[in-house]
Design a protein around this ligand. Structure first.
Ligand code: HEC
Length: 291
């Protein structure tokens, strides 16, 4: 075998034989892993470049080696015999286009590989949602009075109808406010059970019956890193605009979270947030006030 092919064989044996075949198996055996452990792509490209530089230095360090290495290349470019000419034609007209086509296919075909970029769960929210407040956490005096009046009517009905549960009527505006918010919270939890439970779970722990179907798992609201760490208007944005509303910083995996402003009114979305925070046993983050 001449010098040129020895160099090519050496390169292929180390680059592919050792790094692609031997190395992942030795690493797997060394740490007793169930999977092959390939070398990281960044390290591989460094090794490949270093090998090419080392080989180039080795060849260029003597006139004799340069000549030995170049002879087959010259012969290939200026074929001396008819057979060599034929060989070159095959390489140029068939092998190179085939290799080009295969590489193009290989680079562009879909693959199952983990993305290298880190996903950002909480990108900046759009300005239009900033400063919004959940109107249901602080009902107006009129709303509370109306509620108390309703409760009074219900209580009168209940007094006459034996089958109805007794109804408590709040004595004052403060009690009325608390009772009204807890009524809305209950209604929110019911809306949550219908719309959100399939993915986020009845315990708000992110493991609803549909959760297994998603690559990007539904948020676990009991985890302090989710709704407890965001202000309520941020959660309102996420519920309103869902996965499609996320900016590209939140790729590579697309979120299955639906766009709820298509199906639920603004009031229902705020109500669901009352229920959601309640079920998760956490509260929204409060905006820090500058002293
Ligand atoms: C089809 C499944 C699905 C349904 C149904 C669903 N979600 Fe989600 N939700 C997700 C996924 C997946 C994520 C995580 C990715 C993301 O942030 O978009 C998520 C994230 C969220 C977040 C962001 C949490 C955070 O800290 O970033 C909120 C808030 C949320 N969901 C609320 C709701 C509410 C409220 C409902 C019901 C009205 C609901 N979701 C219904 C799949 C779902």
């Amino acid at each position: 075998m001449n010098f040129f092919w020895k160099i090519v064989l050496f390169f292929v044996a180390i680059r592919y034989g050792f790094f692609e075949v031997v190395f992942p198996r030795v690493s797997q055996w060394a740490v007793n892993s169930p999977d092959l452990l390939p070398a990281p792509a960044a390290a591989m490209s460094m090794y490949t470049w270093l090998m090419m530089v080392a080989i180039a230095i080795y060849i260029l360090s003597s006139e004799e080696r340069i000549a030995d290495f170049m002879t087959p290349i010259h012969q290939f470019l200026k074929p001396q015999t008819a057979a060599a000419k034929k060989g070159m034609q095959i390489v140029v007209l068939a092998a190179i286009p085939l290799f080009g086509g295969w590489s193009y296919f290989d680079v562009n075909s879909p693959k199952m590989v983990s993305p290298t970029a880190v996903r950002i769960q909480h990108p900046t929210m759009p300005g239009s949602f900033e400063g919004m407040k959940n109107p249901l956490r602080d009902p107006t005096e009129e709303q509370v009075e109306e509620f108390i009046a309703e409760q009074k009517e219900l209580a009168e009905e209940a007094a006459e109808d034996e089958e109805m549960e007794p109804v408590t009527v709040p004595n004052n505006i403060e009690d009325g406010r608390i009772a009204l918010v807890s009524k809305w919270t209950e209604e929110g939890a019911a809306l949550y059970a219908v719309n959100c439970r399939p993915c986020h779970g009845m315990q708000a722990d992110g493991v609803g019956p549909m959760a297994v179907g998603w690559r990007l798992q539904p948020a676990n609201f009991r985890d302090p890193g989710t709704i407890a760490t965001i202000v309520e208007e941020y959660a309102f944005w996420r519920v309103s605009k869902g996965g499609p509303g996320l900016p590209s910083a939140s790729t590579p995996w697309d979120s299955a979270m639906p766009i709820w402003d298509l199906d639920l009114s603004e009031n229902e979305r705020w109500k669901i947030l009352l229920g959601e925070y309640f079920l998760a046993g956490v509260g929204p983050r409060q905006t820090e006030k500058l002293e």
